[in-house]
Design a protein around this ligand. Structure first.
Ligand code: FEO
Ligand code: CA
Ligand code: CA
Ligand code: CA
Length: 685
């Protein structure tokens, strides 16, 4: 092992769970190897008494003419479909999708290639290190610097969306991606100084906005260097805090006594695209970037406990050392949902305190029938919670300026789930109870109302900055790492990917998290009662993931288990235009020994629960940010951490360029996390 790798991975060999040790160490600061953050006495749910839309597939719909679907709750959406079929009928028939494919088999976890269905091709849209601006340096892996990286596409792309630029007839678009974290041991030569490594890695974090062009709809894209919307968001980018906690003393620092201006964003994971054409991005495992020698109870609840963080950013910027006066409260300024306007390169990105502070996987917004907007967000940590925010103001079609205020004021809720089967039938084995379903009802517990705290003993800014502790007090249900949460644009049902939780014991099993040692995760399907902004819901588990050949608890919405592709560790979700759910995974090599992948799941009709695999990413990689443009016959994913377990000297992956084996890393023989596009045939080439 190189010295660099040793320095960065002090916990190597001490991790447990689904992923490679390297991913655990770098992505979430070894969260799995550490104690459970949520040590609250808050019970598991069986004991709890209280009981314009997501635009992932919006290519072809201009931001000015955003299609705003309005939900009346669990009923079908308003009839905005172009065909004569009602939305519900379209869902049932699968009609209208141009994306025809024969599902592929699972791909062995050693394969260093992108695997697509027969008849399909793939090509990168943009890669780590691609220069974004006219004066950016070319990618030079042997000689990367903080300055060169600042002008290039960042590392480990995660959330992704591609939005058509209005009036370009499908020929121009803007791509947004965030850059969750870095893997210095495979990115940089061991000869690079520790400080240069740190500062270049910092510049490889953040966000990117990049213009794309193509010959026409259905054709592959290329990115446009030097285009006017191109932008990198770095650690000197100023973010404005909005909402009730902005300006709070909990958010004031020595450098920013106003408590309203933060420099940079960290560890951005998934996200969402709003009906008004902006992007939301979730600050997730921000804790691992801070030095904390003497954690407070609040810091411990957020995993801010490392007196010697291996990334060492505190050695570059003292604000990341919470033991110094410069670092006091700086950690409170991360863990938010960030909103970015990709169409305005001069706009100031914002962090919305009204949506609460936790390890946000992402956030997805929908419009309730009442006109209020509703944002769902998961806190991706074992035994943490599912949240929803309901805006005070109402959506106004076409008024972007107004709509961009909607996430600054409103009420925050956390979910409590109750099962309907006897407790003795939920024994942790994951076997369906006698009523044939893991299901029940639920309640959204109100944490804030009209700008006031609803949590006894906590002020409004405390509820928003220490949201986890507020939710503990109010009896939220401890979930198995809720990741992406999205609303089906055709039915209004909400889908929650619970990726896994190997720490849950049989005694802690409940009907919404029914398996002990839940290696494979599950998908919750939630139907709001009445309006989307309702405080009551019903729910069931659509999928209990796993390989049915060896795991009898694997369940696929009632579909025959011998007719599906095994799936494990669901992470990001998306929908196609006919209402199928698409799921990307994070961790299959460690659980079912297959490369991570992208699946289509039928939701309605006799084939409900049918899981078909569309593609697989290369060795060690994770499938992120799926965008399904089935009307155009295109699918996009962000391929994150390919070849993660390699080293500079011995790379594990050569994705996506696949230069000849033996090409030195410094000459491009190294993996480059990239956004890829998949399409049928050889269109455009
Ligand atoms: Fe960054 Fe929740 O995965
Ligand atoms: Ca039941
Ligand atoms: Ca994940
Ligand atoms: Ca994720």
């Amino acid at each position: 092992m190189s010295d660099l790798k040793k320095r960065l991975l002090p916990m190597l060999g001490h991790v447990s769970g689904k992923r490679s040790a390297v991913t655990c160490a770098l992505k979430c600061g070894n969260a799995c190897a550490q104690g459970v953050c949520n040590t609250s006495s808050n019970n598991y749910f069986r004991d709890v008494v209280s009981a314009e839309f997501s635009r992932r597939n919006m290519l072809g719909v201009s931001s000015a003419g955003v299609l705003a679907l309005v939900f009346g709750g669990s009923a079908a959406a308003s009839a905005t479909s172009a065909s004569g079929l009602s939305p519900a009928a379209k869902v049932a028939s699968g009609a209208g999708s141009k994306l025809k494919f024969t599902g592929i088999d699972g791909v062995e976890a050693t394969v260093d290639n992108v695997t697509v269905p027969k008849g399909y091709n793939w090509k990168p849209v943009i890669r780590w290190g691609d220069p974004l601006f006219a004066d950016s340096a070319e990618f030079d892996p042997e000689n990367q610097t903080p300055e060169s990286q600042a002008g290039q596409f960042g590392y480990n792309n995660d959330y992704l969306d591609i939005l058509e630029i209005p009036g370009t007839n499908g020929k121009r678009a803007v791509l947004f991606s965030n850059h969750e974290y870095t893997n210095e041991a495979i990115m940089f030569p061991p000869t690079m100084s520790a400080s240069d490594v740190r500062r270049t890695a910092m510049a490889a974090h953040g966000l990117s906005v990049v213009e794309l062009r193509r010959k026409g709809k259905g054709q592959p894209w290329e990115y446009v260097r030097g285009a006017k919307l191109n932008r990198r968001f770095l650690f000197d980018t100023e973010y404005e805090l909005t909402g009730p906690a902005a300006g709070s003393k909990l958010l004031q620092t020595k450098a920013d006594p106003t408590g309203r201006k933060v420099l940079g964003t960290q560890n951005n994971c998934a996200g969402g695209t709003t009906p008004w054409g902006t992007i939301l991005s979730g600050e997730e495992n921000f804790n691992q970037y801070f030095k904390v020698a003497n954690p407070t109870a609040e810091q411990r609840r957020y995993g801010l406990t490392d007196p010697n963080p291996s990334r060492g950013w505190h050695l570059e910027e003292t604000r990341f050392d919470t033991d110094l006066p410069e670092g006091k409260n700086e950690d409170n300024r991360f863990g938010w949902i960030v909103e970015v306007d990709p169409f305005d390169p001069t706009s100031t990105p914002r962090k919305h305190t009204a949506l609460g502070r936790f390890k946000h996987e992402g956030a997805n917004v929908t419009i309730a029938k009442s006109g209020h907007v509703v944002s769902y967000s998961g806190d991706d940590e074992r035994f943490d919670y599912l949240y929803k925010f309901v805006s005070k103001g109402k959506y106004v079609e076409g008024d972007k300026k107004h709509n961009m205020t909607l996430l600054t004021e409103g009420d925050l809720f956390v979910a409590s789930f109750t099962g309907n089967s006897p407790a003795n039938q939920i024994d942790g084995a994951g076997v369906l109870p006698s009523d044939g379903a893991f299901d029940g009802v639920g309640h959204w517990i109100q944490l804030t109302k009209d700008g006031n705290s609803m949590v006894p003993g906590m002020e409004i800014d405390q509820v928003l900055v220490y949201t986890r502790l507020a939710a503990d007090k109010m009896g939220a249900t401890k979930m198995d790492r809720p990741e992406d949460v999205e609303v089906n644009p055709l039915t209004g049902k909400v889908y929650v990917a619970c990726t896994n939780n190997t720490k849950r014991t049989a005694a802690q099993a409940d009907e919404a998290n029914p398996r002990a040692n839940n290696k494979h995760g599950h998908i919750v399907e939630l139907s709001e009662t009445g309006d989307q902004a309702s405080t009551e819901f019903s729910w069931n588990l659509l999928l209990v993931a796993g390989d049915p050949a060896v795991d009898e608890s694997a369940y696929f919405g009632g579909y025959p288990a011998d007719k599906v592709q095994p799936i494990s560790c669901p992470d990001n979700v998306a929908f196609d235009s006919v209402g199928n759910l698409w799921i990307s995974t994070d961790g299959q090599p460690g659980t079912i020994q297959r490369n991570d992948a992208l699946y289509r799941v039928t939701l309605e009709g006799p084939e409900r629960g049918k899981v078909e695999q569309f593609m697989a990413v290369p060795v060690d990689a994770e499938t992120c940010g799926p965008v399904i443009d089935d009307q155009d016959g295109m699918v996009y994913v962000a391929v994150q951490h390919p070849g993660e377990d390699g080293s500079w000297e011995k790379q594990n992956s050569l994705f996506p360029d696949y230069l000849p084996a033996g090409t030195p890393s410094g000459k491009g023989g190294l993996p480059r996390p990239s956004v890829i596009q998949m399409y049928k045939g050889k269109t455009g080439f």
